[in-house]
Design a protein around this ligand. Structure first.
Ligand SMILES: O=C[C@H](O)[C@H](O)[C@H](O)COP(=O)(O)O
Length: 232
């Protein structure tokens, strides 16, 4: 089965958790897009759900495919968010933000009673950090923020290149109008400590470590679907 098919299988398995009338957080990325396509088929045959998209990109796809949308201001409490991830560890701590949507994704996940992560098996890791950690920063003082991030990481024994994400020769700008720093720290054993340290830096808007947000991961591999539950 190719990578796209695995994403479709994970999305299909997660769709089984969606029931009529749910208020859904709808994730961003190639896996979440497969979920949107399958959800749209259900909506077309009568399922009633309302979704809060986690990016302009997801909003556009939902609108194109007829998935009804609302805003988090109109619907501030959600039943379930379904989203992809860049890395998933055994506790279901995640790295997200490879597509730059981490801020809205985290706000939406935090407003949801449950979050299900959908992924192919390649996203499962023992320790997070091979995937560079996306850190969303205010444009103002970006260099100073970068220096502060490096210093905070060094205090925790973490180091490595921190690069400004670029696209088409220009800095990548998030839906919220911010920049993204990608921090290649390597293994991050102390995710909670790093999260706290990053949140203490004024120019950091949010980071891509999702701790204690995902309740279930639905992971598709060559041998079928594996469902991983977060420890209680
Ligand atoms: O900002 C993007 C999101 O966090 C995505 O959910 C994440 O990058 C995974 O994307 P994909 O399903 O394309 O691997």
């Amino acid at each position: 089965m190719d990578a796209r098919q695995l994403k479709i299988e994970a999305a299909r398995a997660a769709l089984a958790h969606v029931t009529d009338g749910m208020r859904l957080g709808i994730g961003t990325g190639s896996t979440a897009e497969e979920f949107v396509r399958l959800l749209a088929e259900k909506v077309a045959t009568g399922m009633t759900v309302i979704g809060v998209p986690t990016s302009e990109r997801t909003a556009a796809l939902c609108s194109e495919l007829g998935v009804p949308l609302t805003t988090l201001d109109e619907t501030p409490e959600l039943d379930l968010t379904i989203d992809g991830a860049d890395e998933i560890d055994p506790e279901l701590t995640l790295i997200k933000g490879g597509g730059g949507a981490l801020l809205r994704e985290k706000i939406v996940a935090a407003a949801s009673a449950r979050m299900i992560v959908i992924a192919d098996r390649s996203k499962l890791v023992e320790t997070l950090g091979a995937f560079p950690l996306p850190i969303e920063v205010n444009r103002f003082g970006r260099r100073a923020t970068e220096i502060a991030v490096a210093a905070a990481a060094a205090e925790l024994g973490l180091s490595g290149p921190i690069t400004l994400r670029m696209t088409g020769g220009q800095p990548f700008v998030t839906d919220g109008g911010h920049f993204i720093l990608d921090a290649s720290f390597g293994r991050i054993p102390n995710t909670r400590a790093l999260s706290n340290a990053l949140h203490a830096i004024p120019g950091v808007v949010e980071h891509g470590l999702f701790i204690g947000l995902a309740s279930v991961a639905v992971v598709a591999g060559a041998n079928g679907i594996e469902t991983v539950h977060a420890p209680r």
